[in-house]
Design a protein around this ligand. Sequence first.
Ligand SMILES: [Zn+2]
Ligand SMILES: [Zn+2]
Length: 356
Amino acid sequence: MVSFLTIIPIIGIVGTSFYMYYNGVELYEPILLISLWFFTGMGITMGYHRLFAHKSYRTNTILEWILMIFGSIALENTILKWSSDHRRHHSLSDTDDDPYTIKKGFWHAHIGWILKNTDPEKEKISGVKDLEKKSAVIFQNKYYYHIAFVGGFLIPLAIGFYYNRPIGGLLWGTFLRITLVHHATFFINSLCHYSGKRTYDVNSTSRDSWLVSLFTFGEGYHNYHHKFPSDYRNGIKWYAYDPSKWLIKVFSYLKITSNLIMTNDYQILQSRFEVISNTITEKVKKSNKNYLIARKMDLEILKNSANDLISKIKNLELPKNKINAQINSESVINYKKKMIKVLADLDSISKSLSYS
Ligand SMILES: [Zn+2]
Ligand SMILES: [Zn+2]
């Protein structure tokens, strides 16, 4: 495993650079890299992660097979092993039993956990019985390396041969592409537990980073994901870069995906409110007393109206109240607007506390 994970990036980065220097670049090579990176990356995020590990939406057997094949070509192990590790990463997050806990350091979370000889007990595949009967999973368990070899090695080589540059096809389509897909995934476990904002849960080491989202097909909003792991979205704002979310949604219009799980807005607003309130409480302990006396009333009023709005939104969002839609949906939108304003006011008080 050590040599495998060392040789691939060396050939991928150094080999491709030398090849480019001596033989130039043909347009098909970066296209091959980007398209294979996209499809195999989506196999991991949309397939392994959101479909198999979290069951955040449902789909038909054909898409399950397609995602299984692309995921296999990404070379990140089988769906069962990946999902077993990942489910433990969520349920035992930040403990010794979290396979890629950041508590053991950045390197461990990034790649060290794969390279180290871990306790065979902890390596065991568990908690994935629900996936074992799926035909795509059964097939992958038998032929994982065959799929990875044909899709990840032979096809780029054949495309390279077609352009009379077989080595170019292999370097761009196999070695450099695997390096990018691997380290993008690894960065979610390392960087997204290390740097970024804790927008929805201050007690988790996970962070939200739009930057990481750009090269992980939307997986960078990791604090939100740890707080609400079943949600099919990771970036919840409509403009948040999350192509996995967009594709799952578009497929739902075409009836290819269904049962998309979405967290209720009142829960999201509530967790946001809790994070801001906690931050204010922490800052208040260190702040200038006179300033606090002046803002105390404002804080109380804002906190009370936040609690009031959350309970109103919650009431209207409960399934039994969604039936008489029209009046409710208008009220919900109004309450949410007010709540967002209250959160912004609280946030600006929180920011001003840093300077007082
Ligand atoms: Zn995580
Ligand atoms: Zn997850």
